[in-house]
Design a protein around this ligand. Structure first.
Ligand code: CTP
Length: 156
């Protein structure tokens, strides 16, 4: 008799020497995380990606490992929007040098593109978009436009 669902064993993706491991990403969001990191199309980055893998803590999760790169706070804040339970691990010489959670900021400046074509942030004025965050809902501080779903689509 063959076992159709053998237990999953071993490391799915290897440990990295230096860089960042973004762990506990909301299942299915890894590619949006890459977009936030500006990784699209042809890339020189050394990446490992796992999607929809079982996790003891969160059911299923995605993982992104980016070698030789440490994320800046702005990138971490953007990741929080689509993966509020993500853990950012800075790896140096194979050890976890720093581990931090992510937190959605109360005000997003220059992060979200306002869908309202009439909004002043969409004119040629040198004005950065400003969205207030409240309970998972984003509100444009200029035109009051509200966004409460498909948030990744609006990230600049
Ligand atoms: N990791 C890695 N390369 C290393 C060290 C760690 O890719 N040299 C990865 C691990 O595979 C894990 C994440 O970084 O996905 C965090 O590592 P660690 O804190 O050791 O794992 P856990 O204790 O499972 O993390 P947590 O408590 O956040 O679940």
């Amino acid at each position: 008799m063959t076992d159709k669902n053998p237990p999953e064993r071993g490391l799915l993706i290897s440990q990295i020497r230096n860089g960042t491991v973004i762990d506990h990403i909301t299942a299915g969001e890894a590619l949006n995380v890459l977009r936030i990191l500006g990784i699209v199309g042809t890339t020189q980055e050394r990446l490992s990606i796992a999607t929809n893998v079982p996790s003891g803590k969160v059911g299923r999760k995605d993982i992104v490992k980016v070698e030789n790169r440490e994320l800046c706070q702005e990138e971490v804040d953007r990741i929080a929007l689509i993966a509020p339970r993500a853990t950012i691990n800075i790896i140096r010489n194979y050890a976890v040098y720093e581990k931090m959670g992510v937190k959605i900021p109360e005000l997003l400046r220059g992060v979200i593109h306002c869908p309202n074509p009439e909004c002043i942030s969409n004119t040629h004025e040198p004005i950065e978009s400003r969205f207030a965050v409240n309970d998972g809902m984003l509100r444009c501080e200029y035109c009051d436009w509200r966004i409460n779903r498909n948030i990744p689509e609006h990230i600049i």
